[in-house]
Design a protein around this ligand. Structure first.
Ligand code: PMP
Length: 362
């Protein structure tokens, strides 16, 4: 395939070429049924099978223990910011948060609409350049759950260990690092992730939750915003985003064929070390924003001496076939998103470009 850019977009983001080719091959006619997967009923046996298989693949890849439900919902991570407190935060309890940056702040803001919140730990004072010290967690008896953002997509930090919450359910927004490394799902009460970074296209949100947390949503909640609706209906209460689930299915098969999440982690480490090395070996020409211990394997953030030079970097990178290197508009600077589907060669090319750009401008 020609003309594939070096895609470092933050999300929606790169998909594996093999997955796109498979989708292309099956686009017009899916498995001999005389039409595409988009044109059949979600109540058909073909979709039911796809729904089941996609859940099973996720369970297998993450070794999800019994007692957890996998659901395919809509509305993105942003709807989960509301659904989590609507379903799990009862009167007299508080939603606790580890405050790590822009996305955790959005989750906090939304939770405040539904009840009381508290900050268990924060790195705000350090401009979100690290994950806070988890041994100092301030978790009260009134905690309904503790919410963490396992990877802050904008700042570029990632949890390297999980907080110990005892009996308090741990809720993880894993929108930008799901399936990028092995994970002990049993430590979580609930995990959610919009698909459009590591799992597939936008349009579907994966929720993995412990059965007992989601089987009885508060009675007053709207039907579509209750976890128990979707859990009982096996994600078929209403019309699901069939094509997005289909694409997630292909991505999960791709991960499996490539050896699973442990292999993804190994590759992600190799990929990111190329770019972090280019930063660290630049003598300050490139400056990492995050303290090295907490650097993300998914979103590499860095700055240069001036905004002018950053603009030049972005412009020249685009002329050289790189896409998506401009930092998020809220924080500026530069960002390379290196999700599972971003090939090693793209990271090699970026590291080489960075070194070359430095030679010409340093
Ligand atoms: N959480 C994180 C960590 C994210 O990166 C994003 C999207 N960039 C969201 C939540 C919001 O997701 P969505 O756009 O699917 O609502």
């Amino acid at each position: 395939m020609t003309n594939r850019a070096y895609n470092f977009n933050a999300g929606p983001a790169a998909l594996p070429l093999e997955v796109l080719q498979k989708a292309q091959e099956q686009l017009v006619e899916y498995q001999g049924i005389g039409m595409s997967i988009m044109e059949i009923s979600h109540r058909s046996s073909q979709y039911e099978q796809l729904n089941e298989e996609t859940q099973s693949l996720l369970k297998e890849l993450y070794a999800i223990p019994d007692g957890y439900k996998v659901m395919f919902l809509q509305g993105g991570g942003s709807t989960q910011f509301a659904m989590v407190p609507m379903n799990l935060l009862s009167a007299g309890k508080k939603a606790y948060f580890v405050q790590t940056g822009a996305w955790s702040n959005k989750a906090i803001k939304e939770a405040k609409l539904f009840g009381e919140t508290a900050i268990a730990a924060s790195s705000e004072g350090e401009k979100y350049s690290r994950i806070p010290d988890l041994s100092q967690l301030q978790l009260g008896d009134d905690a309904a759950y503790l919410h963490i953002t396992t990877n802050e997509t904008i700042e570029g930090t990632e949890f390297t260990e999980l907080p110990d919450t005892g009996n308090v359910p741990l809720v993880g927004d894993m929108s930008s690092d799901i399936l990028s490394r092995p994970l002990d799902v049993s430590k979580f009460g609930l995990i959610y992730a919009g698909a459009q970074k590591n799992l597939g296209p936008s349009g579907v949100t994966v929720v993995i939750a412990r059965d007992e947390l989601i089987q009885d949503s508060p009675k007053h909640l709207a039907t579509m915003l209750r976890y128990d609706t979707h859990a009982k209906a096996n994600s078929l209460y209403n019309t699901p985003p069939v094509y997005s689930v289909y694409m997630v299915n292909l991505v999960l098969k791709w991960i499996k064929e490539h050896g699973g999440v442990a292999v993804m982690e190994k590759r992600n480490k190799e990929k990111t070390s190329l770019i972090y090395s280019a930063i660290d070996n630049s003598g300050g020409f490139y400056r990492g924003i995050v303290q090295p211990e907490y650097r993300s394997l998914m979103n590499i953030t860095f700055r240069m001496e001036s905004e002018e030079l950053e603009k030049k970097f972005v412009k020249e990178s685009e002329q050289n076939g790189f896409v998506g290197l401009k930092g998020h508009r809220d924080v500026g600077g530069l960002r390379a998103s290196t999700y599972n589907a971003v090939p090693f060669e793209a990271c090699q090319a970026l590291a080489a470009f960075m070194t070359d750009f430095q030679k010409r401008n340093g």
